[in-house]
Design a protein around this ligand. Sequence first.
Ligand SMILES: [Zn+2]
Ligand SMILES: [Zn+2]
Length: 154
Amino acid sequence: MSLFDHYEPDPPILCPKCGAPLTGWQGKDVHPALFVWRQGVAAPVDQRVDPEIRALPERLATLRVSPEFWIYGGECECGYHFDGSRFGVRCTAPDGVWRTVEIDPPPTPARDAGDGWLQCSECSDVWPRVEGRQLYLCPGCGRLTQLAEGDGAG
Ligand SMILES: [Zn+2]
Ligand SMILES: [Zn+2]
């Protein structure tokens, strides 16, 4: 049996289809053992195993993620699965604490078209923007799109 760890991006990555938080992220970092890592917290917040084989709390407290690692497998109640064969999620922990989450390669940029609309940079289709959401599936071409960095600020 190959082990993995559970990962909880905080704030959650929102489903590009319906906007609900994607859950079920997994990864294999240093010594995967069903640890639960939460973004912004240094040590695992939990270990999803039977109590008798749990790591001691003292040992859990000393564990850290790698400076760079990848997670995959995010899914949503609506049936959306993050396509790990096309996109990875790169995470960094420059100071030993998981700090950043970034989709790599970057999704197709969507630009703010004004009046609450976003526009796909590939097919020029438009759709309504949802406050706080970065990822969308373009209704025109079906691509995973991401609100361009810094766009919509002004
Ligand atoms: Zn969804
Ligand atoms: Zn499109």
